[in-house]
Design a protein around this ligand. Sequence first.
Ligand SMILES: NC(=O)c1ccc[n+]([C@@H]2O[C@H](COP(=O)([O-])OP(=O)(O)OC[C@H]3O[C@@H](n4cnc5c(N)ncnc54)[C@H](O)[C@@H]3O)[C@@H](O)[C@H]2O)c1
Length: 344
Amino acid sequence: MTLVNCQKENITQGRRVLLVGGAGYIGCPVTSLLLESGYKVRNLDLLTYGHQTAIMGHMLSPDYEFQFGDMGCSKTMDEALDGITDVVILAGLVGDPITKKLPEESHRYNDMAIKHCLESLNIREIRNVIFVSTCSNYGKIEESEIADEDHALEPLSAYSRSKVNAEKLILSLKGKVDFHPTILRFATAFGMAPRMRFDLTVNEFTRDLYLDKELLVYDAETWRPYCHVKDFARLIRKVLQADTDKTSFEVFNAGSNENNFTKQGIVDLICGRLPDRKVSYNENSSDPRNYRVNFSKLSNVLGFECKYSVADGIDELLSGMDEHLFDDVEARQLYYGNYGIVNH
Ligand SMILES: NC(=O)c1ccc[n+]([C@@H]2O[C@H](COP(=O)([O-])OP(=O)(O)OC[C@H]3O[C@@H](n4cnc5c(N)ncnc54)[C@H](O)[C@@H]3O)[C@@H](O)[C@H]2O)c1
């Protein structure tokens, strides 16, 4: 056995990670990286968007198991947690538009099911529980401010209100549970993945401009942080490998200071690669979110740095489209974004 393989085995030996919601846009790259790093992975997922084909590649690995089911069901969670050493919670109805469109389902999954999932984790000898939250929790902040983890939360949608409530519930468990929870407030994701989402700014703008559609940009000067899905996967692995005294009951903004962008900044990057595109602008959209985020705690405490810039993500998507990887987007709308759910 080579030295590298030997070290890999020591860190991951006996670790079987449950990804709850692991078939989604971010869950698939997390699965690939954990398998590649020597972890065993079980994925519990409800396949809300009929996106089962996204996990077929993982099914080829002997270290991967898939379980169809709802994290809100006790029996399902009991089965899913059998033999599990660590849990990453990614599941839910994700995004402001879908939660606004489906308020009942949003409450069922993002409030009730999450609560149930969290309550089922104690006294099972689980080491890490990573809860994936969102930087949307900061809502709208002053132009002059950059939100660190202690900044006041101002959730402006049902989606982020549910995330803030789940965060509060987790932090209230201190001294009452035997696992080590970590809350990661993710920036907005971009980049290529098996369950691609074209309802997210960088991906959507890049595709629309590539197809030479006229792009309508709302509130072009509003700020958001962005992060490549592969960096999210690296971060989750980093937390699984870190000393728990650095991660237990800690909240981290997840992204990089360099990837705070205005929408205009993103349009400029794309148009620098695709000249003569049509872009029009509108102010006062129904989405007032505007936040720049400070990610220094990640590097200071965990020594973690993102590898990929927004420009890298745009280049990757453009080459994917050149290679015809996304010719089926119009034909498979549900698969390519959180627009509506399927009933199983
Ligand atoms: N994508 C982003 O830009 C972004 C930004 C910030 C935070 N996040 C967070 O990252 C996580 C993953 O987001 P994503 O973009 O991969 O979303 P996604 O919609 O692609 O994936 C969510 C997955 O959860 C599954 N799911 C939904 N309800 C479930 C339930 N009750 N039980 C089991 N599985 C269920 C879905 O089938 C889907 O596979 C979410 O928690 C989201 O809030 C995402």
